[in-house]
Each structure stands twice: as structure tokens, then as C-alpha cells.
Design a protein around this ligand. Structure first.
Ligand SMILES: CC(C)(COP(=O)(O)OP(=O)(O)OC[C@H]1O[C@@H](n2cnc3c(N)ncnc32)[C@H](O)[C@@H]1OP(=O)(O)O)[C@@H](O)C(=O)NCCC(=O)NCCS
Length: 157
């Protein structure tokens, strides 16, 4: 899928498509540089894709995988498990566009709400989620190993 004519040139080139086995290694590399875990090996991504994710999407700029998102649908709820964008291509709108595409896909599977957990320390991700209409629904105090709180954020689809 190509994005609409209003988008800047860097975004217009971007193709959004399902994550397949052919992309596992590239996504594992991106996940590692993005610091998202625990599924940062190629095998970890394969298992997430095959066993957990109901929808797994990438953004591709010609041959290069530049972003990924994996979501799980249970009944009418979708959970965003992982999202990451190539550090060289951040703040270009790719994360937002990829999530919007992924949310459309989970909506088509029957989800009416999407939720996620994010560390209070992850300022960039929280800003992205707020920009996309997510609201804080609860806090899990000292949830992560580094002692930071987990914010549970929710958005209607
Ligand atoms: C969070 C992340 C996915 C954002 O991706 P991105 O492609 O850079 O985000 P976008 O360009 O689509 O940003 C859309 C909006 O979100 C907000 N935003 C995103 N990153 C931001 C930042 N670092 N600081 C402030 N606002 C930010 C802004 O409102 C932005 O719009 P603007 O650029 O017009 O101001 C990216 O920083 C990343 O990969 N981080 C590491 C992985 C991670 O933490 N994943 C989440 C946990 S799994």
C-alpha cells in the first residue's frame, strides 16, 4: 500500500505490507537497535510472528525494512506488542503511518479497542501514542526491571 498524495516524499515512497519469514532477520536487527525486547533474535521474531501476533506489519523503503509492528487480537481487543522504527528514519511519520495501517488490520479482525504497555521512561513512544489518541488507563508501578512504571494506554479503533 502506498500512502496518499499529501504525504512528504520520504513517506510517499514507503510501502506497508505484512511481515513474512523473509523479513524476520531484518526485523530482528531493527528490534535490536530499537532496544525492544524480548524477541530480538531472528528466532524470537519468528516465534512472535507465528505464535503470538495476529497481525505483523513492516514499512519498506525499496529493499530496506525500516519499521515493524506486531499486534495480537483476542476477541474484541488488540494489544500492540512491539513497534520500532529505524533510528535513522524517525520523526518522519513512519511509525504513525505503520500503526494506523496495523490498526486497520486488527479492526478488520474484529478488534474495537487497542491497548499497550509502555515504560514511563520511553518519552518518544508515549508521545507517539498520545499523538495517535491513546489515553492512560492505568499504571503498573515499578513493573520493569529498571524500576520504571508501566503505563497501560488504550485507544478505541
Ligand atoms: C516510538 C517510535 C516507534 C516512534 O516512531 P517514529 O516513526 O519516529 O514516529 P513518527 O515520526 O510517526 O511520530 C509521530 C508523532 O509522534 C510524536 N513523537 C514521535 N517521536 C517523538 C519524540 N522522540 N519526541 C516527541 N514526540 C515524538 C510526535 O507527535 C510525532 O509527530 P511530529 O513528528 O509531527 O511532531 C520510535 O521512536 C522507536 O522506534 N523507538 C524505539 C522503539 C520503541 O521504544 N518502541 C515502543 C515500545 S515497543
Amino acid at each position: 500500500m502506498l500512502i496518499d498524495d499529501e504525504a512528504p516524499p520520504s513517506l510517499k515512497r514507503m510501502i506497508y505490507e505484512p511481515l513474512t519469514a523473509a523479513h524476520d532477520a531484518a526485523v530482528a536487527c531493527l528490534a535490536e537497535v530499537s532496544g525492544v525486547g524480548p524477541a530480538t533474535s531472528e528466532e524470537g521474531i519468528r516465534q512472535m510472528r507465528e505464535r503470538v501476533a495476529s497481525e505483523a506489519w513492516i514499512a519498506r523503503d525499496e529493499g530496506a525494512v525500516v519499521a515493524f509492528a506486531l499486534l495480537q487480537v483476542v476477541l474484541d481487543e488488540a494489544e500492540l506488542h512491539l513497534v520500532g522504527v529505524d533510528p535513522e528514519r524517525r520523526r518522519l511519520g513512519i511509525g504513525k503511518a505503520l500503526l494506523e495501517r496495523s490498526f486497520r488490520a486488527v479492526g478488520e479482525r474484529g478488534a474495537s479497542v487497542v491497548f499497550l504497555e509502555v515504560s514511563r521512561a520511553n518519552v518518544a513512544a508515549i508521545a507517539l501514542y498520545e499523538a495517535m489518541g491513546f489515553a492512560l488507563s492505568r499504571v503498573r508501578a515499578r513493573y520493569y526491571e529498571d524500576g520504571s512504571d508501566a503505563l497501560v494506554m488504550t485507544r478505541a479503533l
